[in-house]
Design a protein around this ligand. Structure first.
Ligand code: HEC
Ligand code: HEC
Ligand code: HEC
Ligand code: HEC
Ligand code: HEC
Length: 328
């Protein structure tokens, strides 16, 4: 009897421990994840300035981002690009919180239930809820270190929708290096000036954002001279593979004839650039396993010679699955 009571005590304590652990861990993950999409930018800037630490930094960062959002009402993530990918702040938030509440209630039933059937049913419900929580946590864990859905606020509100869709500017007008280099490149502000020396007002942001181009360049739109001191603009990088991965745009866009949208999603519809795809190793390999290479460029002249008639080699056949192709 005494022994039974003892194990029951341990059981209760264990249960409490598990609940507390789950709750704190998940809440932590939830917050971290929320921070990673919007606020982390602010956290980084503030942390870089060396002000404060811990919570106050996050609060200050949140306030900062909030402020920059408020003062730029046009700079919202477009509704269709919100909540992309996993992330407690994303599509997993609602099922997660519901499952957590159900789990806690059911655990209450298990511990305090008056009869065996009540305890039994509570136990089953708790297990199911725990399953949902674990499933969400699994997707969260998979997404750690990746940034699908990341959409930082940029120093100038530059909209791809306004430029690409409404004004029909080609991607490569600005991202000039995309066919010849590893990097697509971000245009220098002088490229913007090609048009914005004339266009000094936008329909949505008025002169506020376009005049920033002049400020950064030290350009005086009245005299059309560079007569002021300028400063370099710091665009915030959206897509960022880990350092151990090698990726080249030229290989894909020029040789492989892969569309930008296959990896970046519908950028032409975005007012604020969002990392649309997961950019995981699976993402790269899934395509390399299925995609045929395009052999009509000179590089494959000799290779083609050795193919059987009608044979269509895939990227994996030319080494697209070798670890060393993508990893240093
Ligand atoms: C008028 C110039 C211009 C045109 C045209 C343009 N872009 Fe951009 N693009 C920029 C600038 C400036 C940035 C950096 C600011 C930002 O991220 O919004 C950028 C950022 C990006 C990024 C995010 C880069 C990062 O930090 O990871 C992607 C992806 C991108 N562009 C793809 C495209 C695609 C695809 C097209 C064509 C459909 C296109 N761009 C057309 C100027 C342009
Ligand atoms: C090929 C011409 C061209 C280039 C290059 C160009 N823009 Fe524009 N931009 C336009 C046009 C046209 C508009 C639309 C003005 C309007 O709303 O009527 C515009 C609008 C804007 C607006 C205001 C949008 C609004 O609705 O308020 C901003 C901000 C802007 N551009 C920034 C940039 C930046 C930054 C660059 C360089 C990375 C750039 N533009 C390059 C043609 C260009
Ligand atoms: C096969 C996938 C793929 C295709 C196709 C692709 N990109 Fe990218 N892009 C990436 C990846 C991955 C990164 C991140 C690179 C890194 O962090 O090293 C990136 C980064 C960028 C950046 C940020 C600056 C840079 O070069 O790192 C820009 C801008 C960009 N891409 C524009 C484009 C445009 C424009 C096109 C089409 C002409 C295009 N991309 C086609 C995968 C792709
Ligand atoms: C939508 C399809 C697609 C995706 C997604 C894609 N690739 Fe590729 N990749 C290709 C094609 C097509 C080629 C072959 C180009 C050629 O003919 O040289 C290629 C070739 C390569 C090569 C050269 C392989 C070799 O042995 O010659 C590397 C490295 C590479 N890709 C890395 C990546 C990485 C890293 C990613 C993920 C971030 C990625 N790719 C995503 C289509 C894709
Ligand atoms: C087509 C390109 C490509 C090939 C081939 C490739 N990888 Fe990767 N690998 C990646 C990318 C991209 C990432 C980064 C994924 C991320 O950020 O989540 C990665 C990440 C990793 C990681 C870090 C863990 C992770 O998931 O983030 C390991 C370990 C790894 N690769 C091992 C390998 C091994 C072993 C091979 C050979 C069997 C291989 N890779 C082949 C593209 C590739």
């Amino acid at each position: 009897m005494r022994e039974a009571l003892f194990t029951r005590r341990i059981g209760l304590k264990m249960q409490l421990l598990v609940i507390t652990f789950l709750f704190t861990f998940s809440s932590y993950a939830f917050i971290v994840n929320n921070l990673s999409t919007d606020v982390s930018v602010g956290v980084m800037t503030i942390a870089a300035q060396g002000k404060g630490g811990g919570k106050s930094v996050k609060k200050a960062a949140a306030a900062k981002v909030q402020k920059s959002d408020d003062s730029r009402p046009y700079d919202k993530i477009d509704p269709e690009f919100r909540n992309i990918g996993p992330g407690f702040g994303g599509k997993n938030a609602v099922p997660f919180w519901i499952a957590l509440v159900v789990f806690l209630l059911a655990m209450g039933g298990v511990v305090k239930g008056k009869s065996k059937p009540v305890k039994g049913i509570s136990g089953v419900v708790a297990l199911i809820a725990l399953g949902v929580i674990s499933y969400v946590t699994y997707w969260e864990a998979r997404a750690l270190g990746r940034q699908q859905g990341y959409a930082p606020v940029q120093p100038i509100w530059f909209s791809h929708k306004v430029h690409v869709t409404q004004n029909k500017i080609d991607c490569e007008y600005c991202h000039v290096d995309v066919r010849s280099s590893r990097h697509a490149g971000i245009p220098s502000l002088n490229v913007c000036l090609n048009c914005h020396s004339v266009v000094n007002k936008g329909k949505r942001s008025g002169t506020k954002e376009i005049s920033k181009i002049y400020d950064y360049l030290g350009y005086n739109p009245k005299t059309k001279q560079f007569d002021k001191p300028g400063k370099p603009i710091e665009w915030i990088k959206v897509h960022n593979l880990p350092d151990h991965v090698y990726f080249s745009h030229a290989q894909h866009v020029q040789a492989g004839k892969v569309d930008c949208q296959e990896c970046h999603g519908p950028v032409e519809k975005m007012n604020r650039v969002v990392e649309y795809k997961e950019l995981s190793m699976k993402f790269c390999l899934d395509c390399h396993r299925k995609r045929n290479i395009i052999t009509d460029n000179q590089y494959y002249a000799l290779y083609k010679f050795h193919l059987k008639p009608g044979e269509k080699p895939k990227v994996k056949d030319i080494g697209g699955q070798d670890c060393s192709a993508c990893h240093y």
